[in-house]
Design a protein around this ligand. Structure first.
Ligand code: SAM
Ligand code: SF4
Length: 330
């Protein structure tokens, strides 16, 4: 079986595929209230193009894909596309990140397709705070999705971005969710990808502060081993069914074992979350490139990968982070 490495000897086996930049929520850490300028439809990768790229990447050593966005299920035909990914030889795992607003009715079918796990974004267990953060009244649907994921036994992680003056009162109740539910609740440092390039406060709630806060209230919380390539540092409270993860997404403590690349909805290949795109692989594909040429493009990008998120950010050459996470996929 083929194996892919970057120029720093890190194995690359995971693609985060952002299938759309459209979204039905307006999470304030991701987009301004008025939304973002969406990519014109013809500039979005088609399902056929994404499938071709994923087949190629699987033949090169990619074993895992995560469908993300934007909100994947606002794009028509998504379930058929996920099914088509499940037929790709070598692509062993399909995962999904969703805001949970449209997901609940699709869960039995996702289970049949063999989806490995779902990351559900939920930043608050309080309906009013949820509304303040997402600017939409969809809390009940997201909770229903959570219930259905558990009911169908799909491994589930909850992603919560921790924000000063917004949801810090939620940290303890969310950690408490792990008592009776076999879920992983992951607290994520807020990053500057809010679609406006401004209003990014100095990070108050970094991974150290999140952990200290949890330790103060759950003195017995302890470190547990992290899975390979994990971006979260993982913990457990004795007697709890689930686990707690802390993701130092802004502090970037995990770059040394980073195994992932990203494809954006308009076909940019990103070898780091913090770079501003290495190649537009869709344009190369549309210019009539052969599979061999496309493979060479991927290899070239991986041969010149930044060693960490700080170097990738420096390489943006003065182009400050302006983009929304909906155009990257998280
Ligand atoms: N719409 C889907 C969702 O919200 O789950 C998938 C796309 S969303 C961009 C993927 C993940 O990125 C979500 O878990 C979201 O919380 C996270 N995210 C978005 N903007 C972020 C930011 N500025 N800082 C940290 N995480 C962010
Ligand atoms: Fe939409 Fe996800 Fe961004 Fe929220 S985080 S606005 S749900 S893409």
């Amino acid at each position: 079986m083929a194996t892919l490495y970057d120029n720093h000897g890190r194995q690359i086996n995971y693609v985060r595929l952002a299938v759309t930049d459209r979204c039905n929520l307006r999470c304030f850490y991701c987009m301004p209230e008025e939304g973002i300028q969406y990519v014109p439809k013809k500039e979005l990768m088609s399902y056929e193009e994404m499938e071709r790229l994923m087949r190629l990447l699987a033949s090169m050593g990619i074993r895992k894909v995560r469908i993300t966005g934007g909100e994947p299920f606002v794009r028509k035909g998504m379930m058929q596309f996920i099914y088509s990914l499940s037929t790709i030889p070598g692509l062993e795992e399909i995962h999904l990140t969703t805001n949970g607003t449209l997901t609940a009715p699709l869960i039995p079918e996702l289970k049949r397709i063999g989806i490995k796990s779902v990351n559900l974004s939920l930043d608050s267990l309080n309906k009013d705070r949820f509304f303040q953060i997402t600017r939409r009244d969809e809390f009940d649907k997201v909770l229903h999705t959570f219930d259905q994921l558990l009911h169908h036994g799909i491994p589930t992680k909850i992603n919560a971005v921790v924000m000063e003056n917004k949801n810090t009162d939620d940290l303890l109740p969310m950690a408490q969710l792990t008592k009776d539910h076999p879920v992983s609740v992951r607290f994520i440092e807020e990053m500057p990808f809010n679609g406006s390039g401004s209003n990014y406060p100095t990070l108050t709630w970094n991974y150290k502060k999140i952990l200290a806060h949890l330790q103060q209230h759950f003195p017995t919380i302890h470190k547990i081993p992290d899975p390979n390539f994990s971006t979260s540092a993982n913990y457990q409270i004795p007697g709890h069914k689930g686990t707690i993860g802390i993701i130092a997404a802004y502090s970037r403590t995990f770059c040394g074992t980073c195994n992932r690349i990203r494809l954006t909805p308009q076909g940019m290949l990103k070898t780091c979350l913090y770079d501003n795109g290495v190649f537009n692989i869709k344009n190369i594909l549309r210019s009539g490139a052969t599979d061999t040429q496309l493979k060479d493009t991927f290899l070239e990008a991986l041969g010149n990968r930044a060693k960490d998120g700080y170097e990738a950010e420096q390489r943006r050459k003065g182009k400050d982070i302006q983009e929304s996470m909906a155009t990257i996929g998280g």
